[in-house]
Design a protein around this ligand. Structure first.
Ligand SMILES: O=P(O)(O)OC[C@H]1O[C@](O)(COP(=O)(O)O)[C@@H](O)[C@@H]1O
Ligand SMILES: [Mg+2]
Ligand SMILES: [Mg+2]
Length: 321
């Protein structure tokens, strides 16, 4: 089986990008160890702090953020990083071609129940000149690489450098990522959806109508039965979509009028949208293609509808698209 380093060598990437992706992969191996030790390493529970978005930070949010930050600072190819757990962008130096955005631990609410969590990352080109938050405000289309690492029963890395999506599995014996699924393709059609149904009353009419028609099954306008799954970690839900298709959405809601969207554009929506498009799927807000959004600030949030292309199209029809 091909190792990650063999794959990166033959993928015709710049040596700098190959080195950066190796750094991210190596860091994820250390994170995987920390996550796996769990209570034995005293890493569970809350840190007693809040991030810039007012969310309570778990110990592992802080630990994994620091691990990635240290690894990227030592890498030498990254000018600056932006993280869900950092108030502002962190400038690492005046050398390096890349900016990295990451969600160090996605699915934080799953930590204490020993359920799926992951790391999501996005690599952007660094513009010349001084780096500021403005430098990061590039549409997702500019990403030169994106991926996630899923810390599940096995640790898996999903990676795109804009030429398809590859899935690697971490071999616990050799400590190597091995290519286990090449050229992932999301089936165009699906009979599975993922949404937090408890927010139903807060959705827009378009989403209310779409889901109402799905759950009528064979007797309804869709004429087929749909199954539902919700992992409460986008990384787990998107992994299922990449593995067997499906529609995943975290739509606009009015639950908290100050926070109409949940998922973050730079750390969650953009990298996942690139993976999904590269695997033949679609990713939209309901009105706009995620990868074409011009970000206005690094911690910005968006509505997300992604997955099997034909099913996303059906959902968009309900949105008048
Ligand atoms: O609490 P809910 O509504 O189930 O939300 C789950 C969503 O929140 C998130 O966990 C947010 O990510 P973080 O854990 O990184 O804050 C998504 O991964 C997931 O899809
Ligand atoms: Mg997250
Ligand atoms: Mg997180």
């Amino acid at each position: 089986m091909q190792t990650l380093s063999q794959y990166l060598n033959q993928a015709q990437l710049s040596p700098a990008l190959a080195a950066l992706l190796t750094t991210l992969a190596n860091s994820s191996k250390d994170i995987s160890q920390a996550v796996r030790k769990g209570a034995l390493a005293g890493v569970l529970g809350v840190a007693g702090t809040e991030n810039v978005q007012g969310e309570s930070q778990k110990k592992l949010d802080v630990i994994t953020n620091d691990m990635l930050k240290d690894a990227l600072a030592a890498d030498g190819h990254v000018r600056a990083l932006a993280s869900e757990e950092e108030d502002e962008v962190v400038v690492l130096g005046d050398k390096g071609e890349f900016l990295v955005c990451f969600d160090p631990l996605d699915g934080s609410s799953n930590i204490d129940i020993n359920s799926l969590v992951g790391t999501i990352f996005s690599v952007l080109p660094a513009p010349v000149g001084e780096i500021s938050e403005q430098s990061f405000l590039q549409p997702g289309r500019n990403q030169v690489a994106a991926g996630y690492v899923l810390y599940g029963p096995s640790t898996m890395l999903a990676l795109t450098t804009g030429k398809g999506v590859q899935l690697f599995t971490l071999d616990p014996v050799s400590g190597e990522y091995l290519l286990t699924v090449a050229e992932v393709q999301i089936p165009k059609d699906t009979a599975e959806f993922a949404i937090n149904m408890s927010n139903q009353r807060f959705w827009e009419a378009a989403m209310q109508n779409y889901i109402a028609d799905l759950i009528q099954g064979k007797a309804g306008p869709r004429g087929k039965s749909f199954n539902m799954r919700w992992i409460a970690a986008m990384v787990g839900d998107v992994h299922r979509v990449l593995s067997r298709g499906g529609l995943f959405t975290y739509p606009t809601d009015t639950k908290d009028p100050k926070k109409p969207f949940k998922l973050r554009l730079m750390y969650e929506a953009n990298p996942m949208a690139l993976l999904v498009e590269q695997a033949g799927g679609k990713a939209s807000t309901g009105y706009d293609t995620i990868l074409d959004i011009q970000p206005e600030q690094i911690h910005q949030r968006v509505a997300v509808i992604l997955g099997s292309a034909n099913e996303v199209d059906v959902c968009l029809e309900y949105h008048g698209r």
